[in-house]
Design a protein around this ligand. Structure first.
Ligand SMILES: Cc1ncc(C[n+]2csc(CCOP(=O)(O)OP(=O)(O)O)c2C)c(N)n1
Ligand code: SF4
Ligand SMILES: [Mg+2]
Length: 387
């Protein structure tokens, strides 16, 4: 771990395994995937969600526009072997000030060691066995979101992607889903929405619609289903999108947007479970999943000024009601609309608000004896205890 106080930034403490240009060698998709550990059923949508995450990471690894900032410290006009990597300009500024070294900022791609995938429990969570070279944390049922939040608060440089099931994230983990939007920590949440509890043999999940009965259910659902899009908008998520597991191009595009968004991004990813859900199948989605622009041409989901927020939230909410499994007024059949429903660019992520109090250095990079570290933890506990 690289420490960032003047005393601790010393060439001997810093690993320099990167070229001065900052790029690791071109990353291949096959380097991230472990096909031999795949035990999902044939045709399971989990495959597409895993593939799309890996492809998005590959794209970001060679994206010169990726926001990661690398600060090089120069002495007497040439690079020293002291290279401090940070995702935060302010942090680099701070280090440069303290050390007296010159700072130069370049943009480089995402590195595999800067990604953390966190899951709860369910079929989907086996994604942790199927990726390699990335950090993964297979946590408890419903607890991916708080674990991911903890990871991000400790180390702001990581790109954290929480993978949750529709049962895992909206059932047992519903409380965390609810408050994660308000906290708005910079991370991405992917919901694997197959309308069933796949791992425990096909019981209805919170997104199963009222009166629906799959082949695995003893009786039709008597409760209303949760609409993840309108729920996320109500909970103040600053990025809300929907995609489909088997349309990898679209899903990669949404994941890239979500990762680049500063704040908590959520993507509800519709997926078939061919083993237990014989209603919302790949065939259904091929015929009944459309683009959001078909529902509302020229829709602009982005909030650019705070005063636009309420109007845009209301608009996105109305679209979310229609876009998630509405009954088409003409043929009486269900349908869905994929795309970006809402994006608010006017709210700072929680860790940046916190940084205003504790300074621009995340906890994992602070010296254990730094008095500000203790203060920061106390402040965090205070804020989180009150939720
Ligand atoms: C505390 C706890 N309660 C219940 C379970 C049993 N359980 C394991 S996975 C699961 C549901 C998973 O459904 P979902 O989140 O939709 O994921 P999927 O299997 O469909 O991918 C349940 C209830 C558990 N592992 N831990
Ligand atoms: S039970 Fe369903 S969700 Fe689980 S692996 Fe099989 S197809 Fe996928
Ligand atoms: Mg499920």
């Amino acid at each position: 771990m690289i420490n960032t106080t003047a005393k601790e930034v010393h060439p001997e403490n810093v690993k320099t395994n990167e070229s001065p240009a900052g790029f690791q060698k071109v990353l291949k998709y096959s380097e991230l995937i472990n096909p031999e550990t795949n035990d999902w059923c044939p045709g399971c949508g989990d495959n597409g969600i895993r593939t799309s995450q890996a492809k998005a990471i590959v794209d970001l690894a060679s994206d010169p526009e990726y926001k990661r900032t690398i600060a090089y410290f120069k002495e007497n006009g040439s690079h020293t072997d002291l290279t401090v990597i940070t995702a935060h300009e302010e942090e680099a500024e701070d280090i440069a000030l303290k050390t007296g070294f010159e700072k130069e900022t370049v943009h480089s791609g995402l590195r595999t060691q800067d990604v953390m995938i966190v899951t709860g429990i369910g079929c989907f969570a086996k994604v942790t066995n199927q990726v390699k070279r990335l950090y993964t944390f297979h946590s408890l049922h419903g607890r991916a979101i708080p674990v991911a939040q903890g990871v991000k608060l400790a180390n702001w440089d990581l790109e954290v992607i929480a993978n949750v099931g529709d049962g895992d994230g909206l059932g047992i983990g519903g409380n965390h889903f609810f408050h994660a939007g308000r906290k708005n920590i910079d991370m991405t949440i992917l919901i694997y929405d197959n309308q069933v509890y796949g791992l425990t043999k096909g019981q209805q999940s919170p997104t199963m619609l009222k009166n629906m009965r799959t082949k695995s259910m003893a009786a039709p659902a008597i409760k209303e289903g949760v609409n993840p899009i309108t729920a996320a908008i109500s909970c103040h998520y600053t990025f809300v999108a929907m995609s489909y597991s088997n349309q990898v191009k679209h899903l990669v595009e949404m994941i890239l947007k979500a990762i680049n968004h500063k704040g908590t991004s959520i993507i509800n990813v519709l997926q078939p479970c061919p083993t237990y859900n014989d209603i919302f199948t790949d065939k259904f989605f091929k015929m009944r999943l459309h683009d959001l622009s078909d529902l509302k041409p020229d829709y602009d989901p982005v909030v650019r000024k705070p005063e636009e927020r309420n109007k845009k939230m209301a608009e996105a909410y109305a679209l979310g009601l229609e876009g998630y499994m509405r009954i088409n007024p003409e043929d009486g059949e269900r349908e869905c609309f994929k795309g970006l429903y809402f994006q608010d660019d006017t709210v700072l992520p929680l860790e940046m608000l916190w940084a205003e109090k504790i300074g621009p250095t995340a906890l994992a990079k602070r010296n254990i004896f730094d008095p500000k570290r203790k203060e920061a933890v106390r402040d965090l506990m205070e804020n989180f205890r009150r939720i």
